[in-house]
Design a protein around this ligand. Structure first.
Ligand code: AMP
Length: 283
């Protein structure tokens, strides 16, 4: 596997591959890679000849009181594993390389119709930071295909919107959520959990299944959401939101047989966990 630390190095290698008619697949990450990330690499490989992964802990998507400084950074282990998984090029830019005019002077990208709701409501500026860095990475890598996890459902919806609206010639693919044996969605943040918190963490996914089952069977959304929130709060979660939306994140309409998604975000101590479940009501 090759490594590039500058945009110039990245472009030189990708230019060579493009000249040879290769299709480029791209998987952006913040590192501290786990099996979920590697499933994205494998999916990218299925639709591309060369796979590029990036590791960049993006300061512009962390709020002032969030975990930017303590976010786990394990570049050596990540590189070794990416190499074994068949990744062809690892892009490891510095903050200065990504934001040459300074983070504060950056050009910003935003999708205001989708970035203020759900996770965006409690993490102001987060998705603006995500769109900003992903649009830069797209411009730097110029991939044919980019793969993102459905675990970050709202992020994927926002990035699809951005790509469509700006006509990026990129096939954005979603990849299924990789889970631990007990159903907890894999996340680099799971390692912050104490053993006690780790034991109750799968309740998020169980609650989403319970919620989706009841709503799919025709129970009222508002009352069921309240009960779902109470289940999580009773188990010690500080609930940020539990929501049922249309699959495109528009408000769900009671009694309409549309594809929907149940989403939740909740904290155990200082660790914020998210998960979601797509379902169709049997109406
Ligand atoms: P991150 O490094 O956490 O920012 O994630 C990089 C990419 O991996 C994003 O597209 C995430 O949605 C995806 N991802 C993270 N966790 C998982 C998971 N458990 N299953 C599938 N994809 C994931």
């Amino acid at each position: 596997m090759k490594t590039a630390r500058t945009v110039a190095e990245l472009r030189a290698q990708i230019g060579e591959w493009r000249g040879a008619g290769k299709r480029i697949g791209f998987v952006p990450t913040m590192g501290n890679l786990h099996a979920g990330h590697f499933s994205l690499i494998r999916q990218a490989r299925e639709s591309a000849d060369k796979v590029v992964a990036s590791i960049f802990v993006n300061p512009s998507q962390f709020g002032p009181n969030e975990d930017f400084d303590r976010y786990p950074r394990t570049p050596d282990a990540d590189a070794e594993r990416l190499d074994r998984e068949g990744c062809d090029l690892l892009f490891l830019p510095s903050v200065d390389e990504m934001y040459p005019l300074g983070v504060g002077s950056r050009v910003r990208m935003d999708v205001p119709s989708l970035t203020g709701i759900l996770c965006g409501a409690s993490r102001p500026g987060h998705f603006d930071g995500v769109c900003t860095v992903v649009s830069r990475l797209f411009n730097q890598v110029q991939p044919d295909v980019a793969v993102f996890g459905q675990k970050d459902y709202q992020q994927l919806a926002i990035l699809r919107h951005m790509v469509r609206d700006l006509a990026f010639p990129i096939d954005v693919q979603g990849a299924p959520t990789s889970r631990e044996a007990d159903g907890l969605a894999m996340s680099s943040r799971n390692q912050y959990l104490t053993p006690e918190q780790r034991a109750v963490a799968p309740l998020i996914q169980q609650t989403l299944h319970w919620l989706a089952g009841r709503v799919a069977a025709g129970e009222g959304i508002v009352a069921t959401l309240q009960a779902a929130r109470a289940r999580l709060a009773d188990a010690g979660f500080e609930v940020d939101y539990v929501a049922v939306r249309r699959a495109d994140l528009a408000p769900a309409t009671e009694g309409v047989p549309e594809e929907r998604v149940a989403l939740a975000a909740a904290k155990l101590g200082n660790t914020r966990l998210i998960d979601n479940l797509v379902f169709v009501p049997a109406l």
